[in-house]
Design a protein around this ligand. Structure first.
Ligand code: MIG
Length: 857
């Protein structure tokens, strides 16, 4: 968003003007910390202060210059995690410690070894020079007054042997973090950056201060729990290392090894950092989830296709677009309404003329088994006649400015106040606004989109709330800034759960996020541009968000700003179909962009992509169950699956969807080929759509047409699919399954399927789910139970099994049902294609919940 914009009519179709935003040199605490020299710490440990407890070490350190003592605490936490906390021993004013992000107070474990750290610097810089921004800081015409004086914290880490580091979203940057020595540091500061620049380290909508480091035999992680503005410098270099040798002691050997130094700085708060020790990538995901929680299990509909635009004008428009999907035989699940659906941007209301009968409109969608998502922003129009405003005002629920009045800023509705979601009482009250009786015209098919929650404030420094604004508990905005959106999504999700009497899973999409946002729903990457470079960057952006714990993420398909050329739109649909959150969206100034507006051929190809998405849903939903229960990211960088294969470490034009599918979307204009890396020397790969076995792993040049979505199935994996699609996910409940079995070099394969009612919490409270396991071993393909606790009745059957990589034509195929001792084995109809070495078993009609075995002779 541009600062001068308050009316939609003035929104530009251009990318960001960077002069509205700070670079590092504009940031006073950065300039102050740059005066400290790495390796030359002013801190000394007071050795007589060391206390060793069962689960921790505590000691004091003192700054030689200002003599301020700091308390250092090191805890060993269950699951191979260390926690390091550093705070002032006797602060003048206590420092902010981030609440509500850790899902519980971590359980410590008896100490073994302490962590190595390189250099520490904390506390207020005492320098008195004018330009260090000690008591106030200017940016353009904006002034930040620091009632509590300056503060900042910082800490260096050296990662020995590591040159590959990842994480710390959100930036429009590469997957591998870059050296920052000649450039700005990575900035973590949630901002509304319309048309954010690509390959830039400026902070955009969300922040997760979690960094992963990887080398072939170890992955580790650093989680920096701080919600104030944070900067991260990365410096990778080569260092000499002594090699201990057993040969004559006077001969010391040396070798060159990489080392990455990571310098964290935050504007305020304490040092509270978790070192995750892995050792493998999946251990890191578990350790991080142990601290911040796992991905909420999404309702099934939300994994379908979403159709959004700023704006669908009125009830009739919604009806027409909805019907358009049926006319063109394209499945979709959700239509979205942007800010214009409200009465003058008063959220929780409806424009009386355009949406006269919101319930009627929802009933129509309900009959079509589809859903509605509406936008609900955090700013509240200053209008005493608007009940939400007057109530919140009376109760004192708005963020205050430094003089104690309600903060007022300009946003879509004009002058607005901002709910203080950091206050639990405000969150509870807000959650209650979603009750059907409070939110007039809402029904249980209405779900929510939280936008502008960085928070975005027009005509303010960097388009966000001033840092000296005051929150609940008298904390300044600077302390909680990166948490604001997290809390709004938390309150919204709670509201949706509450309105259903605790029965139904919520769906909430948020633009701003923090560590732990995965517990509340989905995120998207905000205002991208309809250009090829934005399609390209969406892959590393989504991968980075995914490995930082937030599996349910996506980018606006087609690009938000501008008009995508048809080829770009098609390619974007094909990529989005194989990404976690799949929504087409377009700006108010962009042309209409519904999938059927670009000629018959493009419509057909987009239809194919969306239909492919719908057949893939059983696999995707099962992956989300894994993300929910064991913290495995749905969308994964290649190195996560192939941690020892160096050539995968920097790959960001392809990715794994779960462990079974490698996706290489076409992201080049007019591409006729793509170069696909199929990693792993003993892996077998198959073309997912043409079933062809690709014999040699390595980089393959694959020819493509506009129809192609290069997707490859990994040998050794079973992927569950639906045999056909319906008009939305809810129409597909009874559609049969196809299991696609890809054999590895040992003629083995395994996979799973998770299934439940798709929308309630019964899977949790009543264990109503099915978790099945499929194994191909020694020419027997079997279905067994993966989790005995789950029970769920379904009539749904496995109709077809495709087995890829079968070397010779079988003479007979029979199936036996378990527990049916009397029954004879049944012959199975099969066809074998020698050219593709594919065996197809059809008309199986095996209940998906039953145990059975298929014997191939
Ligand atoms: O920039 O609500 O990122 O998805 O359509 C204007 C209008 C504010 C920004 C969101 C975009 C949404 C738009 N909003």
């Amino acid at each position: 968003m541009e600062p001068a914009k308050e009316e939609e009519s003035s929104v530009q179709d251009e990318a960001v003007d960077k002069s509205n935003f700070k670079n590092c040199n504009h940031i006073a605490f950065y300039r102050r910390q740059k005066l400290l020299h790495p390796g030359k710490s002013l801190y000394q440990a007071l050795l007589n202060s060391v206390t060793l407890c069962n689960d921790s070490v505590k000691l004091q350190i003192i700054n030689e210059k200002n003599k301020v003592p700091l308390l250092v605490e090191i805890y060993a936490i269950e699951g191979n995690i260390f926690r390091l906390k550093i705070n002032e021993v006797s602060p003048l004013k206590s420092r902010y410690e981030v609440p509500d992000v850790l899902i519980k107070e971590p359980t410590t474990q008896s100490k073994t070894t302490a962590q190595k750290k390189e250099d520490t610097s904390i506390g207020s810089s005492q320098e008195n020079q004018e330009d260090l921004g000690l008591w106030q800081e200017e940016f353009g015409s904006f002034l930040d007054i620091k009632a509590n004086g300056p503060s900042s914290i910082g800490l260096d880490f050296s990662l020995h042997g590591c040159e590959h580091v990842y994480g710390i979203p959100e930036h429009a940057e590469t997957l591998l973090l870059k050296n920052t020595s000649d450039d700005d540091a990575y900035r973590l500061f949630n901002l509304d950056v319309y048309g954010h620049k690509i390959h830039d380290k400026m902070g955009i909508y969300g922040s997760v201060p979690f960094l992963l480091a990887h080398k072939p035999n170890r992955t580790s992680g650093i989680f920096w729990l701080n919600s104030s503005e944070t900067l991260v410098e990365i410096n990778t270099k080569a260092v000499m290392e002594h090699v201990p040798s057993r040969s004559p002691p006077d001969i010391t050997k040396q070798r060159v090894v990489p080392q990455t130094d990571v310098h964290w700085m935050s504007e305020s708060g304490i040092i509270d950092v978790f070192l995750l020790m892995g050792p493998n990538p999946f251990d890191i995901f578990k350790q991080y989830a142990q601290l911040t929680g796992t991905q909420a299990l999404p309702p099934l509909f939300s994994l379908g296709y979403h159709q959004c635009r700023w704006n669908y004008e009125d009830e009739q428009d919604v009806k027409t677009v909805d019907a358009g999907f049926d006319e063109h035989d394209i499945p979709y699940d959700v239509i979205w309404l942007d800010i214009e659906h409200t009465e003058g941007k008063r959220y929780f209301t409806w424009d009386k003329k355009k949406f006269q009968h919101p319930r009627r409109m929802q009933e129509l969608l309900m009959r079509k088994k589809r859903k509605l998502v509406v936008i609900i922003d955090p700013h509240i129009k200053v209008d005493p006649m608007y009940t939400l405003y007057s109530q919140a005002k009376k109760k004192g629920y708005f963020v205050k400015n430094r003089t104690g009045q309600d903060f007022e800023g300009i946003c879509w509705p004009g002058s607005s106040s901002y709910l203080d979601f950091t206050n639990p009482e405000v969150r509870e009250w807000y959650a209650d606004q979603f009750a059907f009786k409070s939110y007039k015209g809402s029904t249980d098919i209405l779900f929510v989109w939280n936008d502008m929650n960085e928070p975005s404030v027009f005509k303010a420094a960097e388009l966000t709330m001033q840092r000296d604004a005051v929150h609940h508990g008298n904390w300044e905005h600077r302390e909680v800034h990166n948490l604001y959106g997290f809390y709004q999504q938390m309150a919204t999700a709670e509201g949706l759960i509450k309105r259903s009497g605790g029965q139904k899973r919520p769906f909430v999409l948020t633009r701003s996020f923090f560590a732990g946002s995965q517990k509340y729903g989905a995120v998207w990457t905000g205002d991208n541009v309809a250009e090829w470079s934005y399609l390209k960057i969406s892959i590393p952006m989504l991968l980075t968000i995914s490995i930082a714990g937030i599996s349910f993420c996506g980018a606006d398909v087609g690009g938000f700003i501008g008009d995508p050329e048809p080829e770009l739109l098609v390619r974007w649909y094909q990529a989005g179909a194989y990404q976690p959150f799949f929504r087409g969206h377009a700006n108010i100034e962009s042309k209409r962009c519904e999938p059927w507006l670009f000629g018959d051929d493009n419509t057909r190809i987009i239809r194919e992509a969306i239909r492919e998405r719908y057949t893939l849903l059983p696999y995707l939903y099962s992956l989300f169950y894994r993300a929910h229960t064991t913290a495995e990211p749905v969308m994964r960088p290649l190195w996560v699956e192939f941690p020892k294969e160096q050539e995968t470490f920097g790959v960001e034009d392809e990715y794994m969807l779960g462990n079974a599918l490698l996706v290489h979307p076409v992201i080049e204009q007019e591409a006729t080929t793509v170069n696909v890396l199929l990693p792993g020397s003993d892996e077998v790969w198959y073309d997912f759509r043409r079933f062809r076995r690709l014999d040699y792993p390595g980089t393959l040049k694959i020819p493509v047409t506009l129809e192609s979505i290069p997707v490859f199935q990994r040998g050794g994996c079973v992927v569950p699919l639906k045999t056909t699609v319906g008009r939305s996910t809810e129409w597909m409940t009874d559609i049969s399954y196809e299991l696609r079995v890809a054999l590895d070099s040992k003629d083995f394969a395994v996979g799973e399927l998770y299934l439940d009612d798709g929308h309630s919490f019964q899977y949790l409270h009543k264990k109503q789910f099915l978790h099945r396991k499929f194994t191909f071993h020694k020419n027997v393909f079997s279905s067994s139970c993966a989790d005995e606790i789950g029970q769920y009745h379904t009539k749904c059957v496995v109709e077809r099994v495709l087995i890829l990589g079968v070397q010779k034509q079988p003479t007979s195929v029979t199936v036996s049902l378990h527990g049916k001792r009397d029954g004879k084995d049944k012959e199975v109809v099969f066809t074998y294609d020698a050219k593709s070495s594919m065996l197809t078993l059809e008309k199986l009609l095996l209940n998906v919940g039953a145990d059975w075995e298929i014997h191939i002779k």
